[in-house]
Design a protein around this ligand. Structure first.
Ligand code: NAD
Length: 264
C-alpha cells in the first residue's frame, strides 16, 4: 500500500461482484489511500456491492442505471450531497444481448445495436457531463475497452463496434475536458473471466489463445488492471490523456501465433 491517492475521492461504476474488473481497480485505489463511492445497477446487485464497498471502508453505495438520464442525475445529486468535489471516475460498464455475442456481426438487430451503443458508449459521455461539474480541481477518468475494437475477435461482434466508438469518444472527451485539467483515458484489458465475459461465445478458447500467444504467456488479472488504473488515475499519469492503454500481457503487439503455442 502507498499514499498515491491520499486526499482523492472517486466514483466506481460497474462493480457487480468480486470477479469484476471494477473490484481490482477499487482495491488498488483503496490500497493507495483513495476515498471511494460506488454505483450499482438494480436492487439485485445492492446486496453484493454493499458488503464489498464496506470492505474498502465506503458507505456511499448509490443505484444507477446508465440507460436512464434521470437515474444518472440522481446518482450525481446523491454524490453531491456527500462530497462537494470529485477527483476521479472509473467507468467499467458494458452491455449487449448475449444472443448477439455469437454468430455473425452482420445479423445484429437494430434494437441491440442501439442499446449496446447507448449503455456501452454514450453512458461514459453522459457520466462525464455530470462529473465535469464536480471536478473543480481537475480530475482523471478511465473506461474499459477491448482489442475487439481494433481487430476482429471471435464473437465480439457489435461490442467491438461499440468499443471502437468508446475509444473515439475518449479522445473527444480528452480534448473537451483537458482545458479544465481533466484527463480521460481507456484501459484495453485482455480477456478476464467475469460475469459480462461469460456472455461471450467460446470464452474459454479465447482465454487459452491469449495465454498461449501473448508475450507474457499468461492472461491478465483484475489486479494487473488495477495497477495500471492507479497510474492513470493518480498524479503519476499527469501527462497522459486521450490514450487507449493496453493491459493485455502484450497480446496486441503480436503478429502471428507463437511457435511454442499448442494447437487449441
Ligand atoms: P462485470 O459483469 O463484472 O461488469 C459489468 C458491469 O456493467 C456490471 O456491474 C453491470 O451491472 C454493469 N452494467 C451493465 N448495464 C448497466 C446499466 N444499464 N447501468 C449500470 N450498469 C450497468 O464484467 P467486467 O468484465 O468487469 O466488465 C467491466 C468492463 O470491462 C466492461 O466495459 C467490459 O466490456 C470491459 N472489458 C472486459 C473484459 C473482460 O474480458 N472481462 C476485457 C476488456 C474490457
Amino acid at each position: 500500500s502507498n499514499t498515491l491517492m491520499a486526499g482523492k475521492r472517486g466514483l466506481i461504476m460497474g462493480l457487480a461482484n468480486d470477479k469484476s474488473i471494477a473490484w481490482g481497480i477499487a482495491r488498488a485505489l483503496h490500497g493507495a489511500g483513495a476515498e471511494l463511492a460506488f454505483s450499482y445497477q438494480g436492487d439485485a446487485l445492492k446486496k453484493r456491492v454493499g458488503p464489498l464497498a464496506q470492505q474498502l471502508g465506503s458507505d456511499i453505495v448509490l443505484p444507477c442505471d446508465v440507460g436512464d438520464e434521470a437515474s444518472v442525475d440522481a446518482l450525481f445529486d446523491g454524490l453531491k450531497d456527500r462530497w462537494g468535489t470529485l477527483d476521479f471516475i472509473v467507468h467499467a460498464i458494458g452491455f449487449s444481448d448475449k444472443n448477439e455475442l455469437r454468430g455473425r456481426y452482420v445479423d445484429t438487430s437494430r434494437d441491440n445495436f442501439t442499446r449496446t451503443m447507448d449503455i456501452s458508449v454514450y453512458s461514459f459521455t453522459s457520466v462525464m457531463q455530470r462529473a465535469e461539474k464536480m471536478m473543480t480541481r481537475g480530475g482523471s477518468a478511465i473506461t474499459l475497452t477491448y482489442y475487439g475494437a481494433e481487430r476482429i475477435m471471435p464473437h465480439y461482434n457489435v461490442m467491438g463496434v461499440a468499443k471502437a466508438a468508446l475509444e473515439a469518444s475518449v479522445r473527444y472527451l480528452a480534448e473537451d475536458l483537458g482545458k479544465d485539467g481533466i484527463r480521460v483515458n481507456a484501459i484495453s484489458a485482455g480477456p478476464i473471466k467475469t460475469l459480462a465475459a461469460s456472455g461471450i461465445g467460446d470464452f474459454r478458447y479465447i482465454l487459452n489463445w491469449n495465454a498461449y500467444n501473448s508475450p507474457l504467456r499468461r492472461n491478465v488479472t483484475i489486479d494487473d488492471v488495477g495497477g495500471s488504473a492507479l497510474y492513470l488515475l493518480s498524479d503519476l499519469g499527469s501527462g497522459v490523456t486521450g490514450e487507449t492503454h493496453h493491459v493485455d500481457a502484450g497480446y496486441h503487439v503480436v503478429g502471428m501465433k507463437a511457435v511454442d503455442a499448442p494447437d487449441i
